[in-house]
Design a protein around this ligand. Structure first.
Ligand SMILES: *[C@@H]1O[C@H](CO)[C@@H](O)[C@H](O)[C@H]1NC(C)=O
Ligand SMILES: *[C@@H]1O[C@H](CO)[C@@H](O)[C@H](O)[C@H]1NC(C)=O
Length: 252
């Protein structure tokens, strides 16, 4: 017994003294929508969040995805289905991603450019629920960019050909070609569809080669993912710089 305890003690001691303890972060997920959401995380599982409820992922490291599911029904064994974001019919999306269309909050902790954190809200797999990914205001880290979001209602103005009962599809899901899916291994350009998303959500990643992201110094950060965030700052955007990649035809 004494031997085991001193081994545990020495292990903890050597971790803290060498500074090699993992730089773990936390992510608080808040359902700020007026309706129930079944939040999902890979890794992390899944949880029903009624209006105003939160779910906190602790010891977050590496890469992962967080998204929301709508209109779910699960039995006592956590099996069932959802109208959007479904992960193989499981309440706990253990190592399974959701079905498009769905808005996704993605992160890569401790890994980007000498160990920094990168995170963003993506509509590359379409849109179902407005989302925001930020560094918590309680954190005081100096970030390169501390927010990424798609706060607008994309379902309303969604082009007819992208409409889906669960939300607004990404063009790759519908058309399955390399221009939209960007699966040739080279860098892809924005498309008229990605520009539709960008106009509504300038602070979100809108196509596979879109570099939009939040960026903070590595480790031990507190992040927040909000479903149905305030739309306040979106009303002043997009700025002219967001249209810089558009092909503009000038007629004299
Ligand atoms: C944790 O972050 C510090 C800098 O904040 C770094 O020096 C250290 O190597 C990191 N540890 C790991 C295990 O990544
Ligand atoms: C939640 O939504 C309301 C509007 O419905 C908004 O005023 C508020 O700022 C939102 N909260 C967060 C944390 O985004």
């Amino acid at each position: 017994m004494t031997v085991i305890l001193s081994f545990v003690y020495l292990t903890i001691l050597s971790f803290s003294m060498s500074g090699q303890a993992a730089n773990l972060s936390s992510i608080e997920i808040l359902n700020n929508c007026s309706y129930t959401i079944w939040a999902a995380a890979n890794p992390g599982g899944g949880k029903q969040l009624n209006k105003g409820q939160t779910w906190t992922l602790t010891s977050v490291t590496g890469s992962g995805r967080i998204w929301g599911r709508t209109n779910c029904a699960f039995d006592d064994h956590g099996r069932g289905k959802c109208d959007s974001g479904d992960c193989g019919g499981l309440l706990e999306c253990d190592r399974r991603n959701g079905r498009a269309p769905h808005t996704v909050a993605e992160y890569s902790m401790n890994q980007v450019e000498s160990g920094n954190d990168a995170f963003f809200v993506s509509v590359v797999d379409g849109f179902n629920i407005p989302m925001e990914f930020t560094l918590s205001s309680s954190s005081s880290r100096a970030c390169g960019q501390s927010t990424s979001r798609c706060a607008a209602d994309v379902n309303g103005p969604c082009p007819m050909e992208l409409r889906d009962p669960g939300g607004c599809n990404n063009p790759c899901t519908v058309f399955r070609n390399s221009q939209f899916c960007c699966n040739t291994g080279s860098i892809c350009e924005p498309t008229s569809y990605s520009k539709f998303f960008k106009d509504l959500c300038p602070e979100a990643r809108t196509y596979p080669s879109d570099g939009t992201r939040g960026y903070c110094p590595n480790g031990r950060n507190s992040y927040k993912v909000v479903f149905c965030p305030s739309t306040a700052s979106s009303t002043v955007l997009p700025t002219p710089s967001n249209t810089g990649t558009n092909i503009v035809q000038i007629h004299n």
